[in-house]
Design a protein around this ligand. Sequence first.
Ligand code: C2E
Ligand code: CA
Ligand code: CA
Length: 864
Amino acid sequence: VTCRTTGAIVAILVLLIQSTAQAGVQDAASPELHPEVASFEGAIQDARSNMMANPPAALASAEHAETYIDDNVPPMERGVAYATAWWLQAEALTRLARPGEAQPLASQALEQLGSTPQRNKLYADLLLCLGRTNKMLGEHGRALDHFQRAYEVFQELGETRSQSIILQSIGSIYNDARQYERAVEYYADAIERYQDPSLDLSAFNNLANVYRELGRRDEALDYFNRALAISQDIDSAMLEARILSNIAEMHIAFQEYDAAEASIILAFDRAGDPSGAEWARFMWGVRAQASAGQGHFYDAQRYIERTFDGVDIETTSQHFTKFHGAAADIYQALENWRAALPHLRAFKRLEDESREFGASANTALVGAQFDFAEQELEIEQLRITSLEQDLELSAAQAQQRLYIFTGLLVISIMFGIGVYLRNRVARERAKDLERALYFDAETGLPSRQSLLRQIDSAPRQLTDDVFVIALQLERHSHLESVLGFAKYSELLVQVAGRLQAIVGIDSVTRISSGILGVKLDCDEERQASRLAEQMRDCLFDPIHIDDLDIDISVITGIACHESGEIGLKNALIALQQAQVEHQSNMIFSAEKYGDPSENLAMMGRMLNATQNGEMVLHYQPKLNLRTGQIQAAEALCRWIDPERGFISPDSFIPHAEETGHIRAFTEWTIDQTARDQVMMHAAGYRITLAVNISGALLVDDEFARIAMRLANQAPGSISFEITETAVMHNPERAMANLEMWSKSGIKLAIDDYGSGLSSLAYLKTLPCQELKLDRAFITDVATSKRDRMLVKSTVDLAHNLGLEMTAEGVESEEGLTLLKLLGCDWVQGYVLSKALPLAELIKFLGDRRDEDPGADNIDLSNRL
Ligand code: C2E
Ligand code: CA
Ligand code: CA
């Protein structure tokens, strides 16, 4: 019984440390060492039994255990022995709120288990331990990943107790993310999964804290009381004191100061004399808050001084946030401004950190939401079910679109099956995710990511270089628009098929719309060139699609590098060089690239083009889903070179960015847009015109001023689109300019959101109004449930942060309807129109106006 109770207390402590606002609890008890236990086994045993009640002692024992390994343990078992010793050290350090030291130990232990560890308890415990350290360090994405992997192993092992602990831990990530409803679901699920006093106690305590945050006092109190009852059952005065203190905090949150005081006094009563114990600081802090609430500021001052006694105010952790707030209030009430100020500062610092922390948790959750094992799936299914009902409604208004029903039928059948095969679905979902990442949705060909993976994970010597060939279909955008997407995709598939038939090429990947890539198994440049030649030759005969014979011509670029990323980039540069020099093939050469006379020539032509009319801006309309009106358009440049034909912005903009020509070019675009805005006004249309601003320019202060002046000279609104990655490179300087623009009335949008890795945590600090979700997320929204969920949660998140959400690259009516249901504010894409020359844009707006004279609120679902 004692053992169980001790175990229970330890587990509770761990969970409390993890998930309540009062983390950082440490007992001042001195380590109980057992120097007489001079064996590995004994020391490990000691570490385990001390873990709960006395982590410092557990740490010392685990360290001792490590020193015995070489003498005590047979060589074959040493790997596992080291892993065990380090794991226990990491566990103890985590319990002592020292995650920074615990993490490397746990990683090291995991490495000891080898590259394909046995899926046993030690392995899962290590993953769990790592997840905890991740969470404590604010690395929420990694925490979720580790939790999930641990969960799967525990599930295989039938360890429901550990699963329950993980559910609680995930709940507490939702708690950090301030997604309290979801946190409640997880805690409740944890309680259901495994009943055990210690786990229930912490789950009840967590639930109560969440309800307090949700402003639901009675439920909070109820759960605290249940937790309290358990602490009394297991006879732990310490835990009782902690929970009483939490109850007091709850009362404070609801301004019930007398009740708060009664609770905290009771807590001190139960805790005995807690002076010296670290957690006593928090109890004094609570007491100070209660007194301040009652207006007893001198008492409050006495108490709060005990909270901060010997603490460096400038480096306090999250757990002190409230107490800084209280201290500032108390000192201000006593008109002691000088004492109040540092607390105010600390309060602000911690609040900022906490918002960051919460946003990081949020981002991690959005990314991971779809991977979780069954319990997560259940919750997602609920959401999806209601989504599908919405969809059904709108489909009912569009009976002729029968295939939506068919789709729904399939989905509902899948649901039926899903209920029974939840686990399998979860695994398949992981596969879906993988498919989405590694395969191109349109053609089914492996994606760029897949090529990079092939190269970077190929077993070889580190020094081995790998050849990459990039193959570009000339006039591909032309082909794409003439053939339509389906046929163009088929064309690509056929091209890939022919290439694949060449000996030495086993997988053809799609790099972008008109570019395919292959990795070569050869180690000589000559051989690579020969293969590239074969690749071009095999496409000499026309491609046959539906009675059409399509002639294509291609050029190739070759590069060689140990890293997939760089190899591919260089192959693309070689392609560009081939294009510029009218060659069918080029091998990347660093010298050539370093002596960019050709590139410069192209840049020169580009700037000329802006002057002589070969470069023009086209405008792609954006539909505001709330008003049903086209209220904006994005300027996209179109360059028709008399000799070379259409040159895609994707091929010259990156160059312009690298060579610095982007600045003059962008100044031209803004100026041109402003002029076009004059024409728009003359024609009677007042819509916002958006200009793409390259990231490199955000830190150019002079550009920023010129851009602002140019934009503000326009008669109507000009907005800027900035890619998310751009801002991340030099946040401080970018921020100053963004703020200047924003203050001057220029609206800002984050472009291509989701294609990079930036966290919303950071983005939300930018003065932006709009988030443009990358096309990759939109393409399959009508067919992929996963993408729908992803869009939905991103929309929710954007709205929470006060941002409007734009879906770009919308190509179908179903997609449009769905995106509306999912809460998007704007759509843009071929479903409305491609980018149009100014005159055509004006005509387009006119046609729409004729169709819906004065339509302020076109109901989009009726358009189906
Ligand atoms: P972006 O800003 O993400 O622009 C959207 C791109 O998606 C455009 O390609 C547009 O034509 C294409 N698009 C629009 N709707 C659809 C659709 O429904 N389906 C598909 N598959 N594609 C759609 P574009 O014009 O080739 O531009 C490519 C990129 O080049 C732009 O991406 C932008 O980053 C850059 N760019 C274009 N014009 C400018 C410019 O004037 N200045 C700067 N700095 N960059 C520009
Ligand atoms: Ca854009
Ligand atoms: Ca974009």
